[in-house]
Design a protein around this ligand. Structure first.
Ligand SMILES: CC(C)(COP(=O)(O)OP(=O)(O)OC[C@H]1O[C@@H](n2cnc3c(N)ncnc32)[C@H](O)[C@@H]1OP(=O)(O)O)[C@@H](O)C(=O)NCCC(=O)NCCS
Length: 212
């Protein structure tokens, strides 16, 4: 497989939005909003431009990873800057061949080099535990409402950085999307049928699940 991981370029943007729409369509809800997020996030002040990478297979973009700045705050009001990826996606035709892993591993190395102490995401544990992510509870990191969501996942890049404190995670406001704007933006793309899939049930359970 002739696969390369390279930094995203401006000319890739349209292709990335198409790819993102294909990968997420009907997966977590009927339709999806991740292609709109891919469109808006790059103009947000929290966007980490240097981390945006694509996977290229035989000259075709088949994967994309984008990051935003995020933060944790402890009981003394001290903060640590962290990084959050998403959307992360791979063309459905070439999933389960290690491409997502390559995107995560490559950008993880860049973050270590930059001195970023952790990646924190809200995602499906099934996809990320194999990459070393643990639940926020293992590091006493809650969501902003003080709870431990099943999908709040932390990959420590600097060992012990969260030790001896309790933390609250704050993700970028870039992830707060207006459903009406999502709908309007989606009309720019070729029509696609919104449908129910059982994966939506699993996702619905996951986002309502918390650790004690
Ligand atoms: C999640 C996603 C990015 C993963 O990308 P991917 O390229 O399929 O990921 P990988 O191939 O590295 O790993 C996926 C699986 O394939 C397996 N795999 C990797 N290389 C393989 C190979 N050569 N042969 C067989 N299996 C392989 C991995 O072990 C893993 O298995 P598991 O799911 O049972 O743990 C991709 O599935 C996707 O775009 N999904 C839709 C969008 C999405 O959900 N994004 C994440 C939001 S939380």
């Amino acid at each position: 497989m002739n696969l390369t991981i390279r930094p995203e370029e401006q000319r890739d943007r349209e292709k990335i939005e198409d790819l993102t729409r294909e990968a997420f369509w009907n997966l977590y809800r009927p339709g999806c909003d991740e292609h709109y997020l891919a469109h808006t996030m790059r103009d947000h002040p929290d966007y980490l431009d240097d981390l945006a990478h694509v996977a290229v297979l035989d000259d075709v973009i088949v994967g994309s990873i984008r990051y935003m700045k995020s933060q944790v705050r402890n009981e003394r009001d001290e903060t640590i800057d962290t990084a959050t990826f998403g959307p992360l996606c791979v063309d459905p035709g070439v999933q389960r061949q290690g491409i997502g892993t390559r995107l995560i591993e490559h950008t993880k190395r860049l973050l270590i080099r930059k001195g970023t102490p952790a990646i924190i995401i809200l995602g499906d544990p099934h996809n990320y535990c194999k990459h070393g992510f643990k639940n926020g509870k293992d590091f006493h990191i809650t969501s902003s409402d003080g709870r431990f969501p099943l999908g709040l996942l932390v990959l420590e890049l600097k060992q012990g950085v969260f030790a001896d404190h309790r933390w609250r995670f704050q993700e970028s406001t870039a992830y707060d999307l207006d459903p009406e704007k999502v709908e309007a933006y989606d009309r720019r793309f070729p029509p696609k049928t919104k449908e129910y899939r059982t994966s939506q049930e699993l996702f619905g359970m996951m986002i309502r699940a918390y650790l004690d």
